[in-house]
Design a protein around this ligand. Structure first.
Ligand SMILES: [Zn+2]
Length: 115
């Protein structure tokens, strides 16, 4: 809990305390909603976007827009490779998918475009 509560709007007392969603002034017994102070910032939903800003969703098909070397192998996912049925997993490589001829791998959403 933050200790920086606003002063009482009625008497400017600094000894305001919070009780649930109310702020209470012990000096003049004024009570008011603590909306501004207590409101938790709403957690922004995680939105995964492709290289051009389209919002991606589980099950989407995307096209790879850049040759991507596969770590630990000599294989490359070529530009234009179609990837079906992606799964968004968050994180650095935020797309989980299966590519024909390569198998399961993870891609970065910035290197794909919604098909
Ligand atoms: Zn007061």
């Amino acid at each position: 809990m933050s200790s920086t509560l606003p002063p009482c709007p009625q008497c400017q007392s600094e000894f305001v305390y919070a009780d649930d969603s109310l702020l209470i002034c012990p000096e003049c017994v004024h009570e008011w909603p603590a909306d501004a102070a207590a409101a938790e910032p709403e957690e922004a939903p995680v939105v995964t976007k492709d290289a051009v800003g389209n919002v991606l969703q589980d099950g989407d098909s995307v096209t790879v827009i850049k040759d991507l070397k596969i770590k630990g192998s000599s294989q490359v996912v070529k530009v234009g490779t179609k990837v079906r049925n992606i799964k968004l997993i968050g994180g650095d490589h935020d797309i989980d998918c299966r590519i024909d001829g390569i198998g399961s791998m993870q891609l970065k959403s910035e290197y794909v475009k919604k098909a």
